[in-house]
Design a protein. Sequence first.
Lengths: 113, 879
Amino acid sequence: MNPPRGEVLQGTLDLIVLKTLDALGPLHGYGIAQRIQQVSEDLLKLNQGTLYPALLRLEQRGWITSKWGVSDNNRKAKYYSLTRSGRKQLATETETWERMAGIIARLLGAEGA
Amino acid sequence: MSRLRMAGSRLLGFFRKRRSEENLDAELSAHLHLLTEENIRRGMSPKEARHAARREFGGLEQTKDAYRERRGLPFVDTLVQDVRYGLRTLMRSPGFTAVAVLTLALGIGANTAIFSVIHAVLLRSLSFPEANRLVLIWATNTTNGELHDVASYPDFEDWKAQSKSFANVAAFTTRGAILTTEKQAERVSAVQASAEFFDTLGVQPELGRAFRSDEQQPGAGRVVLLSDLFWKRRFAHRPDVLGQTVRINEEAFTIIGVMPPGFEIPPGNSEQIYMPMVRDGNRNHGFLMVLGRCRRKVSISAAQAEMDLITRGLAAQFPRSDKAVGANVVPLTDAFLGPARTGLLLMLGVVTLVLLIACGNVASVMLARGASRQREMAVRAALGAGRQRLMRQLLTESVLLAFAGGTAGLLLAAWGTRLLVSLLARNFDIPRLGDTHTDLWVLGFTLLVSAAAGILFGILPALGAASADVNEGLRESSRSSTGNLRGQRIRSSLVVMETALALILLSGAGVLLKSLLVMRGTAPGFRTDNLLAVEFSLPRIKFAKTPERLRFFTSVLNRVEGIPGVRSAALVADLPLGGGEDGLGFHIVGRPDPSPSTSFQASFNIVSAGYFQTMGIPLHAGREFTEQDSVGTPGVVVVNDTAARRFWPGENPLGKQIILDAAQPPLTVVGVTGDVRQRSLGVPPKPEIYLDYLQPGPDWPWLVLVARTTEQPAKLAGTVKAVAASVDQDVPVLRTSTMDEILSSSLAQPSVYALLLGVFASLALALAAVGLYGIVSYAVTQRIHEMGIRMVLGAARGEILRLVLRRGMSLAFAGSLIGLGVALAARRVLAGMVHDAEASDPLAISAVTLLLLAVAFLASYLPARRAARVDPMVALRYE
């Protein structure tokens, strides 16, 4: 029996996408989705479609840019890459996340003890 | 920064819709292709692979929609979409649309019409700079509770000197003045004011100058300013008017200035003149209205508190004159417009109720439609429309409907406003009524009311339709679904509410109508036919002393009695039904006063010999005044029945003596007459004591001449005027009117209230009846199948009839009960508009309740009869 698949936490999708683009360089939406599922070892339930509005939002914020290119199977595909302000945003969000995670961990630890 | 970029990119997205739509398709299909290929690599068949990819991807259309929402300006997009769709939907059912638009037009139109008047009269601020800082400081009388009394000149000066709340204080009075030209004497509206008047109001003359304080000295101030309209009408806007002289109150005044257009005080008098006021050192003589301009950031209540302190100080300092004098600070706007406000706001409340009923009706029909549109909604929900999206679409539809109603309402209002203004102008003295017109404010109000109405009647149907279960909606026919049952319940409560509101309005109208009928049936106490009343305006200087006035009126009286067609004539100070009344205290000889500090109180009127006979007031005992009663003869009075009963119960008042003025010998009662409605038909008679005008007594400024004629009294008006002019051509005739005219005008105001409320209440009743009819006949249509079964199982037609009737009538009864409760609770509101009739008149209220129930019966009977007549076989097949 598989462990239950978790929903993507509200607000974490941005961080995941930014981090993915930071690690792998320019990628199309499919690539990002694959990568997320790979890394999470299929534990994260993600309707791949939900990725696209998120990508649009990040682009509108100016954190990523997009360019039309050609995919591996010779199809027209849109490639997303991180901008400078996106990199900065990634740094802030990572920091926020780590602080948050630390707090939660301490909280849970304290409860356990 | 990031937000700005977002807004920009969204705006771009909004305009580049087509291109980005293609791009989105390309991007998503690339994704699906890649996913499918991956699945094939994993060993699925192409078909399987495609399905799996779709599953993994999630809802394609939902994704696109979410993407679109982010891309452009989704709000505008969907709005345009919804409006188009809504218009199409409304066009598809023209019958429904027409009825709804008409219903709303009536409700919104009524609101717009009343608002136009309110806006012109109440809301537009007075045309003075920072008018909200202007106040009127009334004197008050703590003994008799009078809150709007005039102040004396010394009090005004002390208030001005001692107060710190006001940047400026001025005094004025609005007595008329007599303007004499070569041709004739006439009365004009005149303001006598202290020198600070124009500074306080913050308006300077557009031509010439204002008067100075040294021009307030007696004899010094022969200067006058004109209003713009006065300048235009009499001097054709000629600039050389400055320095010219006009004869006012028999003296020559030099014109020193002209005020700008729109300057008028109080509002509504735009043809007037302004003269410096002469100081009057008598602290007992109240004749001033005191105007103040509050300093910035000084509230009315702070000013009031300061004035309370000052008046207390003055009361201690001048106990003889100021012991009971207080001050009452009111905003100038309230002071001028207060009386009109209550009635107008009440009317606004009334039309709001009418609009609520209209909204109830439309909501009810929309709910019924919502039930039949359930399948459409379910299909749209299945195709990816969210709950909010559906609600928004339905609300757009109802707001559209409301705007259509509002537009039609504006047309109705344009017509209704004209009618309303002419009706009000003829019967009420409301300032600025003539300014009523449709402007941006009125348009804005209509827009707002329409939008509010649209949301109000749209919200229930929208909630109902959007929350419906998709599966059920797709599967079931709308007839038996549970959502429909709930809709039915909501519609029933709507009809109950409508009935209640209608009954509230009806009972208001009923009570007013009843009191009007009572007033119409009231005998005024004298014969009003063939009776002419002539009012004069006496120039004050020439007629400063009583003997001059006596001489003038006596000669006019003698000459009028000689006019052919005049049977008899007489003089009176306060004309019956004229609203005027003078109260005085007196003592009764041989009887102690009611208490050490008070005397007996009665109304006093001053008349000439033959007054009672001329008026047709019956003499019940003794005699009336005759030519023999005069200065030298013993003082006599005539009392009315009420006075006789009040002061000499069980005794014969004839021969009894009263003392008015301790310096004069007592007056003897020589006659008792019938009661007369002195103030108005609605006010019961008070004890009244009549004095002979030739004998010494309280001073009277002028008298009214009444003449009993043998022909149409109006025909003699010209002759009477000419006769008066032949006695003294400096005395203008203020007004001639027949007593029948006075009688009908005293009924005018209650009639207008009753008429307006009656019209709106009938409208409300009609709308509520339509609503009830709608719901009952809808229920019949819904249950026609059931009716068929009942009949087949042996139900008689009468039973079916009763079944349906009971449903309609139970709603009507519920509504009536609620309405009665509210009407009784709210009766105090009406009390201000009805004089003596009880505001909770049980007869009137039961009558309108019966009327409402009768109409409700009819509204339910029609569909009930249809149900009872239905052929069971047809009904059973009906689906």
